[in-house]
Design a protein around this ligand. Structure first.
Ligand code: AMP
Length: 537
């Protein structure tokens, strides 16, 4: 049975698998497109439409259509449609169900084992939410892989081999990330990663909507209901994305805006478009510069390739900006590279789970041959893939909440980061010394927090609590009793925190519970609820 790579994008999603010749191929969706809008239209209480038609319906029934759900992944929010309670996980599961259903129909075999991609800077909660979305959709999620790692795997698969340092500039529909990554025959190694998950093509669309609306209102001040008409705004939104895409190859586009009999013929030139979105592009430049600086701290100062990934990297202004920074960027199958690389990764994972242990070239030939036979790929390829390591980094800083006291003895809370972003995985920190804050403490609460902003900051508001635990049953400890805290993160992102109270030498492992995530029971409930829907394109 084949394994599949799924690029679950903010605005578009895509499915690929590796074919008999070892090449990744895109599996077209039910309407024959390579990518499917990540939009869910709740047509009735038990029927759901995903994709192009859902997107078209967004104009007519905005209350029954959910878009950009990826931006909510990992958040503890609820969305009710037709009286049914949903979460970001269950909405994403509906998208995954349609992607899998269509791939089954086209590919002629069940889709079960999958790898799903996430932005590199997705934190623990978002990754866990993505994994659960897969489970709710009834899929077996072999692994979650970073989008730039997938893009690099695809690069590796189609290039001549050798060792290369890549800078991946990935501007998708709703997210932006930059990653420095080294590929070699033996491994794919992330050097550092950065990004902004509230920045993507949709922001560029919004600017066009604002421009169209303002121009329309200037010409028709009497049409004062236009700005609040959901239908009119949705129409502008659809037109905006189309205009934006066309402006990638043309110099000017026109749109006829109509509202209650008032009509405006509005022209948008590429120059004007670049002007009204310059600050957005500038945000990507800042992050690009920051990434280059982080890579330099780790000794990486030159890049063999600057790869453009993500549909929005087709905007000419992106290439121009990077050229201005002295790079020679290259478009790298912008819409499809991530899904194709995910398919390669799925193949690697499926080989690794079949092989007895990490293959060091000594696995009996018969076992490898058997796998080669099962997967219908050459034996040498199985060996090469089985030996390929994927080394990623800690996506964001982790730490614990600490208390200090100001001059009036008021408590001041902050986050002390222990495990820093961009540390190579698997990671294990040295013990970091903390101390009890109050006299006579008989228990110590340890709250684990994760950086939520794009840069490390000790402010609570820039971090999110992801777990907590209590060391209890201690004798009355004097204030300032030492505690050592160690963080460990596995390759798959699993986080372990270990705290030792040094006076009693009590050694305590803290059970780590992801805050805000769905419980196993909730995943089961949603799986049943989502399975009840009839899902189509
Ligand atoms: P992705 O998430 O990588 O599929 O990126 C989708 C985003 O790319 C959406 O915001 C699209 O509007 C945008 N996009 C796709 N094609 C183009 C194009 N030719 N020019 C500009 N933006 C595009």
């Amino acid at each position: 049975m084949a394994t599949y790579g799924i690029d679950l994008g903010t605005t578009y999603s895509c499915v690929a698998r590796v074919d008999d010749t070892g090449h990744a191929e895109i599996i077209k969706n039910a309407v024959g497109d390579d990518t499917t809008p990540s939009v869910v239209y709740f047509e009735t209480a038990d029927s759901v439409i995903v994709g192009k038609d859902a997107k078209a319906n967004a104009q007519l029934q905005p209350d029954n259509v959910v878009s950009l759900i990826k931006r909510q992944m990992g958040k503890d929010i609820e969305i009710t449609v037709h009286g049914q309670r949903h979460t970001p996980e269950s909405i994403s599961a509906l998208i995954l169900r349609e992607l899998a259903r269509a791939a089954e129909e086209i590919g002629g075999e069940p889709v079960r084992d999958v790898v799903i991609t996430v932005p590199a800077y997705f934190g623990v909660a978002e990754r866990e939410a993505t994994r659960k979305a897969g489970a709710i959709a009834g899929l077996n999620v072999l692994s979650i892989v970073d989008e730039p790692v997938a893009a690099a795997l695809h690069y590796d698969a189609i290039s001549a081999g050798g060792t290369k340092t890549l800078f991946v500039y990935d501007l998708g529909g709703g997210t932006f990330d930059t990653t420095v990554i080294q590929v070699s025959p033996a491994e794919i190694k992330v050097v550092c990663t950065d990004g902004d998950h509230q920045l993507g093509g949709a922001n560029w669309d919004d600017r066009i909507v604002d421009f169209l609306l303002e121009t329309f209102q200037q010409e028709h001040p009497e049409a004062d209901g236009a700005a609040t008409s959901e239908e009119f705004l949705q129409e502008l939104a659809a037109a905006a994305e189309e205009m934006k895409k066309q402006l990638s190859s043309q110099q000017a586009r026109r749109f006829n805006a109509r509202y209650e009999g008032a009509v405006s013929k509005i022209e948008l030139t590429r120059e004007k478009f670049d002007e009204i979105t310059a600050d957005l592009l500038e945000r990507t430049r800042k992050i690009t510069e920051r990434t280059i600086a982080t890579a330099a701290e780790q000794g990486v100062t030159t890049f063999d390739e600057v790869l453009l990934v993500g549909g929005s990297s087709r905007m000419p202004a992106v290439e121009a900006m990077l050229k201005g920074m002295g790079f020679s960027p290259r478009k790298h199958d912008p819409d499809l590279a991530v899904a194709k690389g995910a398919a390669q990764y799925a193949l690697i994972e499926s080989i690794k789970v079949r092989l007895p242990d990490e293959d060091d070239g000594t696995t009996p030939g018969t076992a490898v041959e058997e796998i080669a036979d099962q997967l219908n790929i050459p034996v040498e390829k199985v060996r090469a893939l089985a030996g390929k390591r994927v080394a990623t980094v800690v996506p964001r800083a982790f730490g614990i909440k600490v208390v200090d006291f100001d001059e009036r003895n008021n408590e001041v809370f902050s986050i002390a980061h222990v495990l820093k972003a961009n540390t190579s995985l698997p990671a294990r920190t040295e013990p970091t010394r903390f101390a009890t804050a109050y006299p006579d403490q008989v228990e110590i609460q340890v709250e684990v927090w994760e950086q939520s902003g794009s840069v490390e900051s000790d402010d609570l508001a820039d971090n999110a609590q992801i777990a907590d635990g209590t060391i209890s049953g201690l004798p009355r400890l004097p204030k300032g009793s030492p505690i050592d805290v160690t963080f460990e993160m596995e390759l798959d992102g699993l986080l372990r925190v270990h705290a030792v109270e040094l006076k009693t030498n009590k050694d305590l492992h803290i059970e780590l519970q992801i805050k805000g995530g769905l419980s196993d029971e909730q995943v089961d409930e949603f799986r049943t609820a989502v399975a009840r829907y009839s899902v189509s394109a």
